[in-house]
Ligand binder design. Sequence first.
Ligand SMILES: Nc1ncnc2c1ncn2[C@@H]1O[C@H](COP(=O)(O)OP(=O)(O)OP(=O)(O)O)[C@@H](O)[C@H]1O
Length: 714
Amino acid sequence: MLASKNLLAYQPTALLELLSQWQQAGLIKALDLAFARFLYGHKAAVESSTDINSTTLLLAALLSHQVGRGHVCLPLAPLFVAPEALLNIKPESFYNANGEAIPGLATLLNGVTQTDLIAALKLSSPVFTADLPGISASTTHNLYQGEPLVLAAQPPSDTPAEMATALYLYRYWQYEQSIAADLQALMQPVTNAFTESALPETHLLNSWLDELFTPDPAVTDTSASLTAINWQKLACVNTLRSQFSVITGGPGTGKTYTVVRLLALLQRLHASSHPTPLVIKLAAPTGKAAARLKESIQAAASSLKALPESWATALNRITAESSTLHKLLGVQAGSRQFKHRRGQPLALDVLIVDEASMVDIELMQALLAALPRGARLVLLGDKDQLASVEAGAVLGQLCAGAEQGGYRPETLAFLQQFCQTPLPAWLQQLAGPAHLQHVVMLRVSRRFNDSSGIGALARAVNDAQLPALNAALAENSPYTDIRLLQCKDAENAEQQNALLEALKQLCQQGFAAYWQAIKTRPDATCSAEQLDSWARMVLNAYQSFQLLTPVREGPFGVAGLNALVQKTLSFLPAAKESSNRHDSWFEGRPVMITANDYNLNLRNGDIGMVLTSPRDGQKRAVFIDSDNKVRWILPSRLTEVETVFAMTVHKSQGSEFAHTVMVLPERDNPVLSRELIYTGITRAAKQLTLVVPNWQVLSEAVKRKTVRAGSLRL
Ligand SMILES: Nc1ncnc2c1ncn2[C@@H]1O[C@H](COP(=O)(O)OP(=O)(O)OP(=O)(O)O)[C@@H](O)[C@H]1O
């Protein structure tokens, strides 16, 4: 019977037919099917004597499916443990439109072992077997003959068993290899002026660090050792040990505060033996994040003015200029390759990358390849945030285990020299992973202290503590910075209407500020400066209130919420005009750029506002560029834009809003995860409103932790 046949009994053509049925049923995408078909055709084209079998075709389609979901590879073992969790596709047989049973993944894998899969892959011509025991990396490289797939058998030592054997697209395998090799080189103890031996005496370094990191009056809890430890100082000093380091921490834990002090320290150390300053560059994955980094560095640098005179030269040499990573590396039209790459490196000594969780594997590989010899790389980011939109979760992998420290005895001993409080023994791990020796996690949030509901909620979500989540959001909770709007009964139409009404009211209040700002329009005789400062005021007022949602479709998705806002805000001509196909450029329309526009120098994610200039009565979209200049752009020049009363949580990464309203959909959706909820919550700087049409959706999302497959071996 067809439904009970397992994978090994399928001919390739029959398997392709089955994949086609999976695609029609929405289990996999057209691209995944096309990839399997391509491989079958590829085999015919190369007239290989070896075969391509149904196992390879199935796994290739599944790999393509996984890459589309952000994974770097397809680990084989979890296919047998929890295929649904791994792939988010139905494991059992299901039925097509004609009521016929179609075998699902579990049926296909019935009676098949991982050894069967590996044996079949190894027989297949499009599969290259890498990492064979006893064969060196360079020999492996020489053996490669252009196969599109790579079967990588990981050494079992420091990788979880379930990741042990994985199938890769060649490109991603290559990225991982390249990142691992570059990081390994950067993690060696440095041999230039910053080697540990070249550092000043510990007591001198300690006194410099004490000047930079004065005891923080905000940290009142000195009883608990974790908060008594000055993690910022440790992060700063740990960075001196090698050319690579990571400073991770939640919102407001002082990543920028620390890094600006690190820059001062590096310049001071460098000045003692070099006449010219270090060339420091700052970058972030998005224009918005780059602009925020610049602002935060400027603010943090100005807080250092009280330092003793001996710091003056070093402080003058701190740069706050930041750019996007793409701009730094030099995008080349029509090419995936950047201007700066291996052999044509960047001209810098120190590179600070903020919001590193958003850097995908391809960009990370390009960045590391473009670093010049001897340069220092510091990644800043929140390991608990959503990973990059494209495949990979490099920051997450580099920080895996950072809560527990994972420090080898020599790392802990080094750090202890700079910490008055004894470091807890649990931070030590005899053979701690190499990468964790370069990571320091900042653990005290200055923005969200003990009385912050946003902080409490973020912690509850991160720890998947549903009781704590309930308590933080309860009506009698002590927190004034968070508010819950919910339907207690998701099926109750009356409650749903009440929820929508409450959301409309919230929008009326929240969006009133920017409309008030628009109404302060200067008159036609105003100067260019007056015009710009009006636009700046409107944009700033707009930033104070933002709707976020995890999804695009449905009443609580981006489209539904944008429509709701336009209908609700009576002050917008939008309610009438937006229905007019020819004039969606109504005044007060907030817009987001959805694709980089190199001609206009606008970046994906930039937010602007449509305003009518009092000077000529013409509408323009107004943006503030990375140099903090106001730009007035004719709407007709903008092609890739969308209204952004509401934006996806993904798009909100790297931004924060005074009052964030996070609206969840009414039905569960596989994109909802703990990281997504955490990211949305932590976009709120002062006030958070959580809109929950169905409590089940929130609790399921918090339970769903995304682990992206990939296995950087360092
Ligand atoms: N040790 C400290 N003493 C006093 N103030 C501090 C200290 N550390 C951080 N702050 C203050 O806390 C606030 C948040 O710090 P900072 O912006 O550096 O955090 P962050 O981790 O970079 O935040 P984000 O999540 O926005 O990237 C800033 O106002 C900063 O000046």
